[in-house]
Design a protein around this ligand. Structure first.
Ligand SMILES: Nc1ncnc2c1ncn2[C@@H]1O[C@H](COP(=O)(O)OP(=O)(O)O)[C@@H](O)[C@H]1O
Ligand SMILES: [Mg+2]
Length: 234
């Protein structure tokens, strides 16, 4: 499990994270929702040591990861599927997936995981030899998730997987996220699409300008009046 205590991040004079406490217990899907600019991506970047923390303690699976470099964080089993997909456009689907396994040496395991990704996303199998840049937005998102899975994460962190996608595609992606979780991968999901993220979450956190303002079981947060007004447009 991941445990974050009192996490602070500054960008110059901007106090982007002002003391975040958050936990991702084993076996669960945890969602972090909040408006644009709240600090969601910064939270994930701080976990990955992609931005500097000024304060805080982070523990994963009993290991203190607060001061680890990004590569060492990945080695503990935490993988980030970043915002905006960022697949390699000139490489094929298959090559993009292979790159996801760059830190692994177990050839058999890599082959099996690629088959698993193709089972999760049959459309990726059909397009195995297609250049990733020619895929639709939804397909590129599937590929980005598949590539993250190729690192065989214990914790998969997804930054706004639904951004810019059509409702039906979003539904597909969220049902596959559930399936990935059922296969034993813990999930930390960041979303502006509050409804979909809360429906799928075992537990959820609401973030406003660098602070967690509310947390609870996904269904409770979904039923909360303030959340319905602020994030679900009711
Ligand atoms: N590289 C950066 N330099 C300066 N400010 C940044 C940088 N990245 C993010 N910020 C600021 O930090 C705050 C949180 O941003 P971010 O974590 O990206 O929010 P979210 O993902 O919730 O939309 C925002 O005010 C944003 O403008
Ligand atoms: Mg963001």
């Amino acid at each position: 499990m991941l445990k974050i205590e009192n996490l602070h991040v500054y960008y110059g004079g901007i106090h982007a994270l002002q003391g975040i406490d958050l936990e991702v217990p084993d076996g669960k899907i945890i969602s972090l929702i909040g408006a644009n600019g709240a600090g969601k991506s910064t939270t994930l970047k701080a976990i990955m040591s992609l931005v500097q923390k000024t304060q805080g303690n982070l523990e994963f699976d009993g290991v203190n990861i607060t001061k680890l470099e990004t590569r060492a964080v990945v080695k503990t089993g935490i993988v980030l599927c970043p915002e905006g997909r960022r697949v390699f456009p000139d490489l094929t689907v298959s090559e993009n997936l292979t790159i996801g396994a760059y830190l692994r040496k177990d050839k058999d395991g890599i082959r099996k995981d690629k088959e698993w990704v193709y089972e999760l996303f049959p459309r990726m199998k059909e397009r195995e030899w297609q250049a990733a840049g020619t895929l639709s937005g939804g397909e590129q998102q599937m590929l980005a998730v598949g590539r993250a899975l190729m690192a065989r994460p214990k914790l998969l962190m997804l930054d706004e997987p639904s951004l810019g996608l059509a409702p039906l595609v979003i539904k597909d992606i969220f049902s596959i996220i559930k399936e990935i979780n059922n296969a034993g991968v813990n999930i930390l999901l960041i979303e502006q699409n509050a409804k979909a993220a809360l429906e799928i979450a075992d537990y959820a956190y609401v973030m406003e300008t660098g602070l967690i303002t509310l947390s609870g079981p996904g269904k409770e947060i979904l039923a909360n009046d303030q959340v319905r007004k602020a994030y679900l447009g009711e």
